[in-house]
Design a protein around this ligand. Sequence first.
Ligand code: SAH
Length: 466
Amino acid sequence: MLKKNDEIILTIDNMGNEGEGVARYQDFTLFVKDALPGDKIKAKVMKMKKTYGYARLLEVITPSKDRVIPKCEYARQCGGCQLQHASYESQLKFKEQKVINCLKRIGGIEDAASLMEPVIGMDYPWNYRNKAQFPVGLDKEGNVQIGFYAGHSHNIIDTDVCMIQDKANEKIVAVMRDLVRKNIEALRPYNEHTGEGILRHIITRVGAQTGEIMVCLVINSEDIDENVKSKLVDSLLAIKYSDNKKIVSISLNINRKKTNVIMGDSLKIIYGEDHITDYIKDVRYEISPMSFYQVNPVQTQKLYETALSYASLSGGENVWDLYCGIGTISLFLAKNAGHVIGVEIVAEAIENAKKNALINNIHNVDFHVGSAEDVVVKMYEKSGGLLAADVVVVDPPRKGCDAKLLDTIVKMSPQRIVYVSCDPATLARDVKILSESGYNLEKFRCVDMFGMGSHVETVCLLSKKP
Ligand code: SAH
């Protein structure tokens, strides 16, 4: 019987959902973070359950053919990247397989592999993220810590450098670190356990096409000291970038709750604009600190182009874009559609969406604030069952679509449903519901938005059964 602290030799033969290695040992399944299929390793058992357990990689005895040396010295500790030790090509294979497995096991789509179009990988899977959220804290000795959370914990790895972030962030973190140290009372790092302290997170976002940068400080206070505020603005604005990058917006987000949720509900602009601007292809978008915007701009264009091609619009269609954020997909589709209606729960994002339609001179779109399950279901009921759609696009958060919403979408009887998903398990659950309600999964394609990470984005086309 295996027990904690046993040291064993394992051959990894599979990859788990979060990119961890999976091995069989006697009658147990063992999950080993940082191990890859094909690795022969020495591991130490950390925790055992009845039929499975967790082990820690101690030594790679024979490396997998896919194993590479991580670029980042924190790759193993940091919770940001799960797959830096795997070749990029093998990361893409793993992601495809993960989606196929979910569609088969959860979705009941036996021939999933034959419906897949090849994954769209990144040309350069580094420095791609346009958004960073750095937690701020103090270590036991009282040193300021700014960086990233270690895997499955809230311990901060103190670093200015991250290989998957836009380089612009490094300078911002360095300046902020210095400012916090020198103004430790006014900017005292927040303590999650006691709820004391002021500065919780530093959030940055860069417009890939425009170079416009936003810095948003999440604070556990209504405001910060005026002197420190002006020093902060001056120091951030003094950052010199060699390319077209420039800070155009600095804000405070107020979050006084004892919670894991990073942002609070209110925002104060302390310098410049209340948004940054960016382009995806030729559509221009204004993005506020509290609105969702895809984190990988190069791949986002490919994702939206895939969604557009799956929607097969010919110009007159009545399209719904549910979970529309700042209207990115809605506006991307609008030029090829008759009319587009976007629905999104964050009011600020809908304000952005309406403005974005205006600045792009797009008039065949309407946006509604509210949860998709609420808004669409009510609109359908109010229409007496007449509300219809030719194409429905959904792009929900990880928990997938609400069952009530799926039911209403089916009643609206669209020819095509384009499902954009960031979680293959909930995607497969929803595909199962839709395929039991008159829709066929025609094809799907993964788009890698998260190189070095284990997450995967998928676009699916479902068509109404004849
Ligand atoms: N399609 C957009 C946004 C996708 S992210 C884009 O590509 O940028 C998912 C979005 O769903 C977020 O903007 C989130 O605020 C929103 N959301 C979350 N729950 C929702 C719900 N129940 N109803 C409508 N929108 C929701």
